[in-house]
Design a protein around this ligand. Sequence first.
Ligand code: G4P
Length: 528
Amino acid sequence: MSKPNRPDRRTFAIISHPDAGKTTLTEKLLYFGGAIHLAGEVKARGQNRRARSDWMKIEQQRGISVTSSVMTFERDGITFNLLDTPGHEDFSEDTYRTLTAVDSAVMVIDAAKGIEPQTRKLFEVCRLRSVPIITFVNKVDREGRPPFELLDEVADALALDVCPMSWPVGMGGQFEGIYDLARDRLHRPAADATGAYEGDAASVAGLGDSQLEDMLSAQGLALLREEAELAQVGYAPFDETAYLNGDLTPVYFGSALKDFGVEQLIDALADFAPSPRPQPGDPRDVDPSEPQVAGFVFKVQANMNPQHRDRVAFMRLCSGKFKRGMKLNQVGTGKSIAVHSPILFFAQNRELAEEAFPGDIIGIPNHGTLRVGDTLLESGETIRFTGIPNFAPEILRRVKLVDPTKTKQLRTALNDMAEEGVMQVFVPQIGSQMVVGVVGQLQLDVLISRLQAEYKVDAAFEPSPWDTARWIASDDPKAIAEFEGLHRSAMAADRDGAPVFMAKDAWELNYITGRFPNIRFSATKERH
Ligand code: G4P
């Protein structure tokens, strides 16, 4: 059912709360997409084996996913790029920014739990950019909440129209299969002990078809007919425009573990999910059909190989056809960068990319030249892609060195990690202790262990008097100078030297914001 005349890329991410089944679903998507042979199996080849095991060591040390940042698979002539959003209890800016590089998202919900806090946070980020979302209600092979309750929760909690595209026939012990409402097909579990989906679905003429009587128990069929009919009148019909605008989410029920609904999900991505769209930029947007290459860096990963102080910048291609060896201009610095060894990510293998197209992600090894938010252009134009923000930290900590002679190393390490976008670093106007800002507690633990492992710096975090920070700006430069003069002890500079006001708590922030109407206090900072 793919549409003609559409470029063949779907660049998407999975958003979910930990344990909802993102990893299992990712494996199954790669499996059904033919990118891996057995779900979970990682095939090592030749010299890649060593490189990969190094990566995995780092992955363990850091507790974050390095190897699988971008996974690519192909099906029916369409290339799917799945961008990993690190699956912590906490979330980081890195996760946010990854969502600036996708055209759509799949939201995975545990059928027993419904919408959980992290699902909601990540959803809000998608909503900011009107990213269209397909919902996958997972684990229907286990006892879950009633489908209506789950659908209503999505609709109410996220203020979205929901449209069920399939319906579970019972759940848990009563699970008899999934009915595809759009295609009138029944997917049933194998009769053996695995209870997994074997891949053959029965087409029927509709819910009233008497053939269903031989396929389901009388009770199961009665329930399916009643619920599915109610659902079809009770919820909005599928409206592609509303989906593309981020106002409606089609909902699929399934079990990643038992293979139910996974192929339907791939079909849905192929059929409805948007291919690359024009990318907002200043002074103009860039259309994917433009012949010259344009892209932006949404993530930088340092020290992927402990032997080299190298970094990989992840660039999303927005237009043109990228060829290996191409020179790209880094907007703003006037530097020209020859991209000799770009990396395309195929499942867990790193492969040299010869060419890439809009929607693809390219890993560009570099020595720290490329930063998150950078725009790279083949032409000499000056365009900056917008909407790749820094976020106001929710936790601010002072950094204390165990060995004071390591100040320089600490500074380098913090700058590196700030460049990666995993945290922010602020230099207070008064005092010498740097302040680190993160959006989640777990990031602090990751930072400490990375400082030790990668930079041999023993450091600790101490409480700071501040709770949050805001970038300040004003049309009147004198107003900024005056504000800084009055609040010197709460002022700091971010790594670009931009002024930041650190507030003790929400009350103080509110109070100060009210007292200085000529100053803009902003929770996000877009790079310009
Ligand atoms: P995450 O990446 O979102 O954190 O979730 P992950 O895929 O790791 O899944 C979390 C747990 O849920 C795993 O169980 C996984 O097997 C299970 N799971 C995922 N999808 C389904 C499903 O469709 N049905 C059922 N019944 N379970 C599912 P675990 O016990 O934590 O790990 P494991 O020992 O099974 O690997």
